[in-house]
Write a protein that binds this ligand. Structure first.
Ligand SMILES: Cc1cc2nc3c(=O)[nH]c(=O)nc-3n(C[C@H](O)[C@H](O)[C@H](O)COP(=O)(O)OP(=O)(O)OC[C@H]3O[C@@H](n4cnc5c(N)ncnc54)[C@H](O)[C@@H]3O)c2cc1C
Length: 429
């Protein structure tokens, strides 16, 4: 039986890798020329571009295991976890010294209290074992933070950190996900991959074997008949299969497969946040104090976060040069998605000139990625939604992807491995 995997993002590649280790007959179909999806490897003129995914946190256990398996663990390097916040027209770098200067005495006390709550609950925060933090899952994150710590902690501290990690606002998020993200980013080591996060996708491709992966293969339809999968339709051929793994973002799956009503209704409850990811390569760095620069929505009308990539790792940027990555999300991204790349670049550079004088004169080149389905939004009650998604609605159709638990590379890896193992075990349907 040939197993067809639709999509070669991290989840689809992990599924294929696990199935190949059991000698299963697999074919991975990927629409783009390159594998990796939202974790692709791109390089240009000595710069390494992490397309979409940026960081690995210390609690990404499945990801670390996979990196070891594909011999990439030595390339996983701790990165500077200094964050700068823009407040009152100044940048405040949040290291120990910065915390002394950050905000009022009351705010400093509240931040320490929040860190203490995270420390005490450390064991329940897991990207994949959602059961552990279920007591927080019915709560809206912004309301929980405001109730316990007040509005200024939400606006100046929590919102900029969490929004930059999950590309949406805390009003839309479940408290369990918000706290898990805070716990990872404030209390754990943050890692980058020295030769780019996408290098794990390339390593997986080699592990699986190139002949099992067909790139530039746009799947037009997953054929379902009488609640059973029959195969997939490409531009020029049909591949028969009674076992298909979809690793597609849910709205794409819903578009190319005639799914049962009950399954469609669950999928429609899961929204995605769009994102614009812009790289600006520079003659020299513009900022030498911290890697991530966060703009609270209350201080700066548009939703942006910036990474100074020359501080992410020594190998991402050629010596002496600079690169910043800008992330724009939610409504601001929706507006920009309609604009040409040149217009987006001009607008962002105009914005950035407010903070970094002369930046326009330092630009070598830029690149823009418009991502319609940036991140699934993990809203309150998501735990129950994932339980329903795990039900088998269609005979022979299996799901994996970052929406199967808390959206992250960790969940993508975990869900790919899970789905493959359930097929190997021969779980019903
Ligand atoms: C800007 C940004 C920053 C992020 N930063 C982080 C981070 O720092 N840390 C972290 O853990 N996570 C991060 N993420 C999330 C992370 O990138 C994703 O969770 C993960 O890469 C998703 O993997 P996936 O396999 O589920 O989906 P995808 O990577 O989306 O894979 C789906 C694949 O299906 C392919 N496809 C689509 N349609 C078709 C079709 N019709 N036929 C065939 N193939 C098709 C796509 O091309 C793609 O390759 C970030 C995401 C974004 C957008």
């Amino acid at each position: 039986m040939k197993i067809v995997i639709v999509g070669a993002g991290i989840s689809g590649l992990t599924a294929a890798n696990t199935l190949r280790k059991s000698n299963k007959d697999v074919i991975v179909l990927e629409k783009e020329e390159k594998v990796g999806g939202r974790a692709k490897l791109e390089t240009k003129d000595g710069f390494v571009l992490d397309t979409s995914a940026q960081f690995i946190f210390g609690d990404f256990y499945n990801f670390f295991d996979l990196a070891k398996e594909v011999k990439l663990n030595k390339n996983i390097i701790p990165t500077s976890n200094n964050i700068a916040f823009y407040r009152n027209k100044k940048f405040h770098v949040l290291n120990l010294l910065g915390l002394i200067k950050f905000g009022t005495l009351k705010e400093k006390y509240k931040i320490l209290k929040l860190l203490n709550i995270l420390r005490k609950n450390n064991k329940i925060f897991s990207y994949t074992d959602l059961h552990k933090s279920r007591e927080f899952d019915s709560e809206v994150f912004s309301e929980w933070i405001t109730h316990h710590f007040g509005i200024s902690i939400l606006e100046y501290f929590v919102q900029p950190i969490v929004s930059s990690l999950c590309l949406t606002h805390p009003e839309k998020l479940s408290t369990s996900y918000g706290l898990t993200l805070l716990n990872s980013s404030l209390r754990k080591e943050i890692y980058a991959i020295s030769n780019g996060i996408g290098s794990i996708s390339e390593k997986l491709k080699n592990n699986i074997g190139k002949k099992y992966i067909k790139t530039s293969s746009d799947v037009k339809k997953i054929e379902i008949d009488e609640n059973k999968v029959n195969g997939v339709e490409l531009e020029d051929k049909f591949i028969d299969s009674s076992c298909i793994i979809s690793s597609l973002p849910l709205p794409i799956l819903s578009k190319i497969a005639k799914l049962p009503k009950e399954m469609k209704e669950i999928i429609e409850k899961i929204d995605y946040s769009p994102c614009i990811h812009l790289w600006i390569c520079l003659r020299e760095p513009v900022w030498k104090e911290s890697m991530a620069i966060l703009f609270p929505r209350i201080e700066w009308k548009d939703h942006i976060a910036i990474i100074e990539t020359s501080m992410k790792s020594r190998t991402h940027v050629p010596p002496g040069k600079g690169m910043i990555e800008v992330f724009i999300f939610e409504n601001h991204a929706k507006q920009l998605l309609e604009m040409s790349d040149e217009k987006i670049k001009e607008k962002i550079l105009d914005d950035l000139s407010n903070f970094f004088a002369n930046i326009k004169n330092k630009v070598l080149w830029y690149k823009i990625l418009k991502i319609k389905y940036g991140m699934p939004i993990y809203k309150p009650g998501y735990y129950e939604l994932t339980k329903k998604l795990n039900k088998k609605f269609v005979d022979g159709l299996f799901l994996c992807g970052d929406y199967m638990a808390m959206p992250s590379l960790e969940t993508a890896v975990w869900s790919g491995k899970n789905v493959a193992e359930s097929i190997i075990r021969g779980d019903k349907k």
